[in-house]
Write a protein that binds this ligand. Sequence first.
Ligand code: NAP
Ligand code: G4F
Length: 320
Amino acid sequence: MAKKRALITGITGQDGSYLAEYLLEQGYDVIGMIRRSSTVNFERIHHIQDKVTLVAGDLLDEVSMIHLLREHRPSEVYNLAAQSFVQTSFSQPVFTGEVTGLGVTRILDAVRVVDPGIRFYQASSSEMFGKVQAVPQSETTPFYPRSPYGVAKLYGHWITVNYRESYDMYACSGILFNHESPRRGLEFVTRKITNAVARIKLGKDKELRLGNLDAKRDWGYAKDYVRAMHLMLQQDTADDYVVSTGETYSVRRFCEIAFGHVGLNYQDYVVIDERFYRPAEVDLLVGDPAKANKNLGWKPEVTFEQLVTMMVDSDLQANK
Ligand code: NAP
Ligand code: G4F
């Protein structure tokens, strides 16, 4: 049987790197789309760089994607690329709309033009639930985004549904709740905390400045979540799925466990800093993963506590 071939946009990101590893394990040819920059940023994929094909393209440029789809002919496309940091979306709302919102139309349309038979995954987000209209949130919960990022993701979600319904394309939207790992960017709160815990423990820093400690998130492990992305594209019919753990914890609780893991009390080190508050906050996210569980047979394997301690241990090693 011919090898399956997948294109991943955002392969240099946290999820892209785990998904590439997973698809290689499943026997896929993996094509990774990277955008041009003056320096390479392959830290997350350097260990698999010789096993994947990296090609230049940008979500801002539909022509680049038409060319690379024509040349590489993937059977599956995973659109993970985005301006993904919520805080930045408040200071760069138009750019975020261009990449995270309209970028989805550009790649979907490139797929439609080149081969509408290509299966398509869109990285949608629990940020779309924003000011939540129900607890827990499921595929039928109404959306109410609270940031330019959330609004852009909502556009990406609906355009994916629209292309599925208009052109009979196999296009899925995965509504993923927060997922973290030792490869998480340092600007996101989990990695910011675990990196600071390591540096404080090693005597390199004295304090950690954070914003809202009372925000609650449904945090899972990124490696578990990329399995769900792949499963969504292996079904008889395309559909949308919530992917989450079903548990929620505050940023404060994350701090407690992370500092506690190295024998410290977070209250001695965390300083509240207004700069890290957002103009509009998402107070509580907790997803209901029942549909993914039932239809895809998907379940997370790593618990919240295992996730926090894994990230602290990794940052202790990296900061030595
Ligand atoms: P990430 O680490 O921030 O990675 C984003 C990726 O997008 C990077 O590879 C980045 O490339 C690429 N990118 C940005 N702008 C681009 C452009 N104009 N053209 C091509 N590539 C571009 O994000 P992540 O955490 O892996 O998340 C993956 C996707 O899932 C994102 O769409 C995110 O919004 C969504 N999501 C994430 C979570 C989560 O908790 N992690 C939850 C729900 C949804 P560079 O390396 O060149 O910057
Ligand atoms: O780690 P965060 O920046 O993630 P956020 O905003 O939930 O977004 C992440 O998850 C989304 C899925 O729901 C993704 F779509 C998105 O791409 C991204 O991956 O912030 C989490 C919470 C927020 O409530 C924030 O206000 O932590 C709070 N927080 C408190 N102090 C902080 C800080 N967040 C950051 N980044 N930095 C702080 O100092």
